[in-house]
Design a protein around this ligand. Sequence first.
Ligand code: CTP
Length: 345
Amino acid sequence: DGKLRKPVVVWVDGCFDMMHYGHANALRQAKAMADILVVGVHSDAEILVNKGPTVMKEQERYAAVAACKWVDVVVPDAPYFTTLQVLDKFHCDFCVHGDDITTLADGTDCYQEVKDANRYRECKRTQGVSTTELVGRMLLMTKDHHKRRSSLAQSPITHFKSEELEGFSSGASKSAPYTTISHFLPTSRRIVQFSEGREPMPGDKVVYVDGDFDLFHVGHIELLRAAKAQGDYLLVGVHDDQTVNAIKGSNFPLMNLHERVLSVLACRFVDEVVIGAPFKVTKEVLEKVYKVDVVVVAKPEHDIDGADPYALPRAMGIAVKLPASGRELTTDDIIWRIIEQRKLY
Ligand code: CTP
């Protein structure tokens, strides 16, 4: 309305371990209450004392939060207990957190001080996803899942005997809720909330990159950042569950198509997503959504039938292979971390 008013600055803090679309959805809701969203992320040491070990290291967690399109500022090493002093230091009007209680190791509510000062607001927690639940999905992979990959390639969900899961389950509970079946119910409304709705401007160079984007992590973020730098508008193809399973086998993907699409949409480098893109980069992919100018070569260069999925963009002279950054993380690396640290969960 043209009038000058003080911008509303909002604070959110958390661990953001294995950042998922539940975290992103909390940040989206917080940003809707704000002009500027400041996100404090706890250090590994701070989380270890109050909650336990993390899967992702602090630098990876900071990078994951910074890549979320609703975040304006990341504050590393934020304290676990949220004080008024912290809010004032970063000029935040109030703090937002999901409607679940977060406590210190001694049981104190982390938000008591800001609640008492009426500088606390709540957003709705997203049902069906949590870091613990994702760890559970990963623990359903046996130690030798890599070796078993080819023989299991046809089975989308692998069943394990209860003895095999012994020692994988957390704490004393025998009925750990570990399952490979996602409890997330995707709705079109959620996809709309996460979507950008921006179309390419005339003259924009459209870049296409495709992949599984399972357990969205810093490796994916780096790829999308580099892909976006190849042009002006980034279109991302996300493969459907059958395609991922046919290529990767075992009980991959760990997140279903809709969950993977939401993670990709929450990333600031992404403009649009093809939901269930084919593995082969076809004429349809390159022409039907938007006319693609550059295709980033990012996945294995042979399909299940051995053919090169990039044959067409290569023949057209629009395929680009990015130089390896040398510090890529893979979904398999994350699973191995969890399997190795499993006694800690
Ligand atoms: N959050 C959410 N929905 C989820 C998970 C987390 O809205 N499914 C919100 C939390 O309420 C919090 C923010 O995301 O406001 C950061 O959460 P974090 O500190 O990482 O902790 P957890 O709540 O423990 O998240 P998770 O259970 O996934 O580890």
